[in-house]
Design a protein around this ligand. Structure first.
Ligand SMILES: [Zn+2]
Length: 322
């Protein structure tokens, strides 16, 4: 089930809050009873008056500042798109960042969000796991990842060897090297690890223009957040990848949300449909790495074939999924 869209809101005007609360509470008491003409329905069957709305808004202004963090209902996962191929996922009290820490000129998080990400400021202050599929600049920037690891001592990074080697060149590397897990699966090998208490399965997937090009060291990663299973393909060229998915058999894990690169829906790779439908079988699909020209015909086709797909249309968009 998909709950309504809910965008992350970060309140900055804290200094104004007590005054706003006082004014709204008084306004609420003064005009309580005067009806708002349509358009403000909060719940079906409940049409609040302007006075009631003001009173509630006043109370909310007085609420502790911690309330600014959106919280998923207990049985839901919260998914926020941060970059073109970057997401934050929270479920069962655990939080993942997927390919979201980078400074790509067009595909990175917006500057204000990136600053919070790198400094591990709310709502990015409780990240348990940073997953980096591969080292390309629209998925990874070593300074961004290093900054987050330095500012969030609870976070652990899982990546491949190429990402690790780039990080290891930084002078700051010593400050977080204990929290870097390098996974280097051999061809066709599915590696099982536990990272920061989160069970994972990791395997290498082909990336690139040529068939079966593993030089980018792109990793498919599955993480089990206390029963909510998340999978990300990174950048995948599906040709020749059926066997590794046959080996991984994630359909047996019961994948809840699969982040699938747009090539998984490309008509040039008919094997991708078999992989999705036979070997991943996710409850929900989040198409990832969508460019502007994908919205329309391409996303319509995804929706037609996979009604369980959830299309994110902008950075900062949050959905609750259960
Ligand atoms: Zn790439």
């Amino acid at each position: 089930m998909i709950l309504p869209d809910n965008r992350i809101t970060i309140l900055n005007e804290r200094a104004m809050r007590p005054l706003a609360a006082f004014l709204l509470l008084n306004l609420g008491l003064l005009v309580s009873g005067s009806s708002v003409g349509g358009g403000h329905q909060v719940y079906p069957g409940f049409e609040p008056t302007f006075g009631q709305l003001s009173f509630v808004a006043g109370l909310q202004s007085l609420a502790p500042e911690r309330c600014e963090r959106p919280v998923a209902p207990p049985d839901s996962a919260m998914v926020t798109q941060l970059a073109v191929a970057g997401f934050m996922v929270s479920a069962a009290g655990k939080t993942l960042l997927i390919d979201a820490l980078h400074r790509h000129p067009r595909h990175a998080p917006d500057p204000e969000t990136l600053e919070k990400l790198e400094n591990a400021l709310p709502p990015f202050d409780n990240v348990d796991l940073i997953l980096v599929s591969h080292s390309h600049t629209d998925h990874f920037h070593r300074e961004s990842v290093a900054e987050h690891l330095i500012h969030n001592l609870e976070a652990v990074l899982v990546s491949g060897r190429v990402v690790h080697d780039e990080l290891a060149e930084l002078p700051s590397y010593e400050r977080f090297r204990d929290r870097v897990i390098v996974v280097a699966p051999g061809p066709g090998q599915v590696v099982e690890i536990e990272a920061n208490g989160i069970p994972m399965r990791v395997f290498r997937l082909s990336h690139g223009e040529r068939n079966q090009d593993y030089s980018a060291d792109n990793l498919g990663m599955m993480a089990d957040l206390a029963g909510t299973k998340i999978f990300n393909t990174g950048d995948i060229v599906p040709h020749g990848q059926t066997e590794i998915f046959q080996e991984a058999r994630m359909d047996r894990d019961g994948i809840d949300i699969a982040f699938l690169g747009f090539t998984m829906f490309d008509a040039n790779f008919p094997e991708a449909a078999t992989i999705i439908e036979s070997y991943i079988k996710p409850r929900y699909i989040v198409p990832s790495h969508l460019y502007e020209n994908h919205f329309g015909e391409f996303t319509d086709r995804i929706k037609d074939r996979y009604p369980n797909s959830i299309i994110f249309s902008s950075k900062g968009e949050t959905r609750f999924i259960r």
